[in-house]
Design a protein around this ligand. Structure first.
Ligand SMILES: CC(C)(COP(=O)(O)OP(=O)(O)OC[C@H]1O[C@@H](n2cnc3c(N)ncnc32)[C@H](O)[C@@H]1OP(=O)(O)O)[C@@H](O)C(=O)NCCC(=O)NCCSC(=O)c1cc(O)c2ccccc2c1O
Length: 135
């Protein structure tokens, strides 16, 4: 399945009074990783828009198992785990050096027809084509 690995160094402007990454910033780390993953299948935002579908995030889950520290080098591993009816991506944030798992997360996106603004209950053919899978 399609996977990506994205390097992030926890920046000073993301840390809180405990010198760990504030929980809200994780959404950006996932977004950066997701864009890299979607670029791999050439179906990131511009291609989605050109295909006639918006893909809003409708669900997000994050398990903050261990904190991310200021300056820590981490790898966000992302992979597509569902595509038939919705686009679900699973993430693991691991320490770059030790490989220790720090965070688990998932996001779910659904296709919305840009013209009609209606949600599709089955993913459009274009996603299957991008994934190299027969619908
Ligand atoms: C809270 C924790 C310190 C608990 O850790 P602990 O290890 O004691 O707990 P668990 O046993 O449940 O383990 C958690 C997780 O780690 C896995 N694990 C444990 N040991 C190992 C090991 N040796 N090797 C590998 N893995 C291990 C274990 O399996 C569990 O994983 P699962 O996925 O299986 O569940 C710790 O969880 C922790 O520090 N978490 C990070 C918390 C964090 O960074 N949160 C975000 C920043 S805090 C923040 O944003 C924030 C916002 C606010 O608005 C606030 C407002 C007011 C006050 C504070 C705020 C605040 O802090």
């Amino acid at each position: 399945m399609i996977e990506a690995e994205t390097k992030i160094v926890v920046p000073f402007h993301d840390i809180d009074v405990m010198r760990i990454a504030w929980h809200g910033h994780y959404v950006k780390y996932l977004e950066i990783a997701r864009c890299e993953l979607l670029d791999k299948i050439e179906y990131n935002f511009p291609e989605m828009e050109a295909s006639g579908y918006a893909w809003p995030v409708i669900d997000l889950h994050i398990r903050y198992a261990s904190p991310l520290n200021f300056g820590q080098q981490v790898t966000v591993k992302s992979k597509i785990i569902e595509w038939e009816n919705r686009l679900k991506i699973a993430y693991q944030i691991v320490d770059k050096d030790s490989g220790k798992r720090l965070t688990k997360a998932t996001t779910t996106q659904v296709a919305v027809d840009i013209q009609s603004k209606e949600m599709l209950f089955e993913s459009p053919k274009v996603l299957f084509e991008k994934l190299g899978i027969k619908p």
